[in-house]
Design a protein around this ligand. Structure first.
Ligand code: UT7
Length: 313
């Protein structure tokens, strides 16, 4: 089966840093609670920058890293639950700003924090019937504008940012993915359409926590089985960065080595669909992703959705 290769990554994080102490001025919380319950020390908030601004900036960096020009892009996908409008999609604005060719489809994916993982499989499908070799896949969120500072159990958790990847089909880079959904609309989501009542995040934190610590180990296992690989074959596990305690629990349950788990939730909070591509771009920048490196990415989120993917570099 034709696989996919990630040939370039990029990220764009808004400049404004909001520390836990600053969040404590907006809601009834404190630095110690946030750090010990989540591992989060700070997050970044957009100051007027739109989702399309973040997504385009990350996509530009990924294209530069890949050394490709707009006329080589055959697919443009943005995974997000905080689009600027219900319609048109953020991806269409990225398409316009990057001057992508007209015969390049552009669409958003709404799969919560699992969006980037759903996006890998969707992008591969589009590439199989594209005339041009590359797909742009972006995870981009401006979650600060849907935070409810009267709800301390959610507003301390999230941050804004975008991560992007340029993909191409490759026979020498096997790609395996496992995707799922429970069909739930009560546990985690974002209420209301833009332009009606104010949008806000809602979450049953302890239930989502339980869902995550049960689902992620199974998802890792299923993905390894489907790829016919053992844990030793994986160089890095890149989990959706929602809570350091969720990742610690996954490590305990799976007995996988801690040093193989990438962690950056302390710097960004939960950036939903952007968290995995931001992590991948940081890893690329640190020189961790060399040719042949195998990463297993795993995510979970609203829907309730989940997904795992083995990506070889
Ligand atoms: O991206 C995918 C979706 N999101 C997640 O993966 C999040 C999953 N859930 C979680 O990470 C955790 O459930 C939370 C971090 C949201 C909450 O942690 P917890 O250890 O499950 O806390 P809790 O909800 O059981 O609350 C414990 C206490 C409560 O006080 P009482 O009832 O024990 O007196 C809360 O009212 O902590 C209180 N609390 C807070 N205190 C200070 C809740 N939020 C805060 C806060 N600051 N921000």
């Amino acid at each position: 089966m034709t696989g996919i290769q990630i040939v370039g990554t990029g990220r764009y994080i808004p400049q404004k840093i909001v520390t836990n102490d600053e969040i404590s001025k907006l809601t009834d919380t404190n630095d110690e609670w946030i750090r010990t319950r989540t591992g989060i020390c700070q997050r970044h908030f957009s100051e007027g920058e739109t989702n399309a601004d973040l997504a385009t900036a990350a996509a530009e960096k990924a294209m530069k890293a890949a050394g490709i020009s707009p006329d080589q892009v055959g697919t443009c996908i943005v995974a997000t639950f905080t689009p600027d409008h219900i319609s048109p999609a953020v991806a269409t604005q990225v398409h316009r700003r990057l001057s992508l060719p007209e015969h390049t489809p552009a669409l958003d994916i709404s799969a919560g924090c699992t969006g980037f993982l759903y996006g890998l499989t969707v992008a591969r499908g589009f590439l199989l019937q594209s005339e041009r070799p590359y797909a742009l896949l972006v995870g981009s969120e401006v979650i600060s504008r849907v935070l409810d500072f009267n709800d301390r159990s959610t507003c301390v958790l999230f941050g804004d940012g975008a991560g992007a990847a340029v993909l191409k089909l490759s026979d020498s880079h096997p790609f395996t993915s496992v995707l799922g959904c429970k069909g739930d609309d009560q546990m985690l989501g974002c209420t209301n359409a833009p332009g009606t009542e104010r949008q806000r995040i809602f979450m049953n934190g302890s239930e989502v926590f339980r869902f995550a610590v049960e689902t992620v180990p199974h998802c890792i296992d299923d993905t390894l089985k489907k790829a016919e690989l053992s844990p030793e074959d994986i160089d890095f596990f890149v989990c959706h960065q929602a809570n350091q305690r969720i990742i610690a629990s996954v490590i305990r349950k799976t007995h996988l080595p801690e040093h193989k788990f990438y962690l950056n939730v302390h710097n960004y909070g939960n950036t939903s669909a952007a968290s995995i591509p931001i992590a991948l771009d940081e890893m690329a920048e640190k020189g961790l992703l060399k040719p042949g490196t195998r990463t297993l990415c795993v995510g979970f989120g609203a829907g309730l959705t989940w997904g795992g993917a083995v990506v070889e570099w």
